[in-house]
Structures are given as C-alpha cells and as structure tokens.
Design a protein around this ligand. Structure first.
Ligand code: HGY
Ligand code: MN
Ligand code: MN
Length: 416
C-alpha cells in the first residue's frame, strides 16, 4: 500500500539530523567550525565507525568494498532486485566545512530512518553509501572511491600512491578497512537501479533566489594536472641570473602563461592552482624543484579538452630552460543527469511545497561517476553565502531537513 510522501517527509527528524552533523563535526574539528578529515586518517576512521554504529542501532546490515566505500542497507520486499543507492562522502578538505559531503551521508541515513518511522515498504532495497576519498586532497584524484567502484580508475593504480608524508595509500587503506571489522565485503560495480545524492550547493544561487531545493541537471567537467618543474639549485648570491635554471621562476612563468590561456571574459572557465611546493624552499638557495597542481573546469567538453591539451605547450614555451613533467591525474567530462530523476526531485519538491529550481553543479561529486552506471540525480540545499571548502561553510537545520524530506520521498518513489 502506497504511503503519501507528506507522511514520509513528516517522519524526517530535523533534530536528529542536526545532532548527527554536530557529532560528525567533532571528528577533525578545527578552530572556527572547520574540519580536517582527510581520507583514511584517524578522523576519517572515527567517522566511518560512527556511521556504522548508527547503522547498527537501526538494524541495517553494513558492507565495505576493497577501496573502503561503505554500504548500509535497508532491505526492500524483493532482495533480488537491484537496490537504489543514496549517499556522498565523509572526507573533507584540509580546512573544510561541516557540511560538504557529510550532509549527503547523514541525509541518506535520516531518509532510511524516516522510511522506518513511516513504516514505508519499498520493493527495492535502499542502500546508503559513503564513498571513499571524494576530496582528493591527501591522495589524488578526488572521487577516488566512486571512480574505482565504477571502473573509471583501477584500484592497483591507487595503492601505490603516497601522501605528502610518504604514507602509502595501500597502508592507509588497510588501516581504514581494519577499523570496521566484521562487515560483509562487496564487489565493485554491483547492479544499481538508481542513485540520488544530496549535497549543499557550494554556490550562492539557491540562497539568492530564496529557494529550498536545487534539482541538479548535471556537473561540469574537471581536469586535474600535477606539474613538476626541475632546474638547478645554487647560491642566491653568486649564480648569475643569466645562467640560472630557476625552477620557481620557471613555475611562476608557467602559471602566468596558463592564466592567459584560461582568461575568460564570461568567467565560465575555472582555473585554480591550489598547491605550489618549492624545494629546497630556502631564502638563499635557488629552487631546483617545484610541484604545482592545476584544477581546470568547464561545462563544455570541447573547450575543457582544448584548453587542457594546450597546457604542456604553454608551459614549455614559458620556461624553456627548465625540465617539465606533467601528469594528468583526473579527467572528468561534463555529465547530464537522467531527466526522469531530475523530474522526480522537482515533482517531490513541488508536492511538499518547497521552492525548487533546476541548476548545474560547478563542484564535482561522486554522482558524476555513478551517472555512467544507472539513472542518477542530485538534490542541492542552500548554504550561507554559497561558501564551501572553508571553515565558514554553513547550512541551517531547516535547509538540511528540507533537502532530506525531498530525498526520503524521492527514494521511496524510486525504490517502489
Ligand atoms: O572539488 C570539488 O568540486 C568537490 O567539492 N570535491
Ligand atoms: Mn562534496
Ligand atoms: Mn568538496
């Protein structure tokens, strides 16, 4: 017997949702409301354990796959049917906020709980997923868990990665897997009927339009590059400038050339150099090695490919004396979500009396990779001033609850 979605929405417990956010925010808490909870760290492990403890309280079975993606299952009537999945990530930026990623995991958990409260049976099981290493700050690329799950990246390529302290991903992953013993193992890329992810918008539009819900239509493309510039070190006071192979000056010239390459009067191209490591990093020794990152984004695949493909040539031209190595660590093409899933989000928002608009995502998400496997969509909720990837990131309890109501109701429809 079908249950009115208003009844499911009413079963969402806004206080429990908010309290769980504040509990998770303790794991990696920084001064001023920020969090640092990078993939496979002790803080990430605490969040993994906490999620599984809540799952156990509600009698949900838990599982993990070989890259550490966690799955929490609310059984449907017919266990043979492919499940509907919802979720996001629990890892954060090095100085991130209390809502990016974790909101989608806790909204998913609350949606399962609300379906229980409403005694809502679904044909298909619904599984909550916490994807491993979406941010990619400690080990590149981002969206690692969902990329390995979907086959877009091989696990073997990830195991050999080292973080800034030289810690092998294989070892950090083993510690994370060992931290949640006794749960079932899952294969990658098992059949999924549909995927729906809730996330804060990480932009200002919903707040500016005073709307509660974003029905996300797709995600722009992203390319990540790690660029290593090599020169010769030497004495700052004696080596003539005319003969220097100064890696820092070379890297600066390259960044300037890439700024020119990506200049866009419409401000659609997004070009960011977020990491810039210098060796030996001393005031009076000439730098002989600089490693910097490029994060390039655009909603049009051809422009993204054209600009990204021009990077090596522009760098070589900018600093011909230095040696150059460029590794592309991520190539995420723009994606469009399934129109039926987008419409389901809009319909539910309207039936629940919540203001909703269709919009693309500037940030990437795990949904980008699951979109290749099954009908996929996302639900955005507003965050204050659109700020994210910052300790100032904030979303109010009412906004989080509204998105969770839409999520619970949409999951009910997708799984029935
Ligand atoms: O970088 C991104 O777009 C995502 O927030 N990790
Ligand atoms: Mn995120
Ligand atoms: Mn993020």
């Amino acid at each position: 017997m079908s249950i009115p979605i208003q009844q499911i929405a009413a079963a969402v417990d806004a206080d429990r949702l908010w309290t769980r956010h504040m509990t998770m925010a303790k794991f990696g808490a920084l001064p001023g409301d920020g969090v640092c909870r990078q993939a496979f760290t002790a803080e990430d492990i605490s969040a993994r354990r906490q999620l599984l403890a809540w799952a156990k309280q509600h009698g949900y079975a838990a599982a993990a796959d070989a890259i550490g993606n966690l799955f929490v299952r609310r059984p449907g009537v017919d266990p043979a049917l492919a499940p509907v999945l919802t979720g996001s990530h629990m890892d954060s930026q090095p100085r991130g906020g209390r809502f990016d990623g974790i909101y989608g995991v806790l909204a998913g958990l609350e949606a399962l709980n609300a379906l229980d409260t409403a005694a809502a049976e679904t044909q298909r099981s619904i599984e909550l997923v916490a994807w491993t290493n979406e941010e990619g700050g400690r080990y590149e690329p981002g969206s690692m868990g969902s990329m390995v799950f979907s086959g877009a990246l091989e696990l073997s390529e990830c195991l050999a990665l080292r973080d800034a302290d030289g810690v092998l991903l294989e070892d950090a992953l083993a510690a994370a897997l060992a931290s949640t013993p006794g749960i079932e193992s899952r294969a990658f890329n098992f059949p999924i009927a549909a995927y729906l992810e809730a996330h804060i918008e990480q932009g200002p539009r919903l707040e500016a339009e005073n709307l509660s819900i974003g029905a996300v239509t797709g995600i722009q493309g992203t390319r990540w590059f790690t660029i290593t510039v090599r020169g010769d070190t030497g004495h700052a006071g004696t080596v003539p400038l005319a003969v220097r192979r100064d890696a820092l000056q070379g890297a600066v010239a390259m960044v300037q050339a890439l700024n020119e390459l990506t200049t866009d009067v419409d401000d659609i191209v997004k070009f960011t150099v977020g990491r810039f490591d210098v060796e030996p990093n001393a005031p009076n020794s000439i730098a002989d090695r600089v490693v910097f990152t490029v994060d390039l984004r655009h909603p049009d695949a051809s422009i993204l490919m054209r600009l990204g493909d021009a990077i090596p040539e522009r760098c070589r031209e900018a600093a011909p004396r230095c040696d150059l190595e460029i590794i592309e660590t991520a190539t995420n093409l723009p994606c469009e979500f399934d129109p039926a899933v987008v419409a389901a989000v809009e319909d539910v928002a309207r039936e629940l009396g919540l203001g909703c608009m269709r919009m693309p995502s500037g940030a990437f998400h795990d949904a980008q990779h699951i979109n290749a496997l099954c009908p996929t969509g996302m639900i955005f909720v507003p965050c204050r001033n659109g700020v994210s990837h910052s300790p100032a990131e904030y979303a109010d309890p009412k906004s989080l609850a509204a998105g969770t109501k839409v999520l619970a109701a949409a999951l009910y429809r997708l799984a029935s």
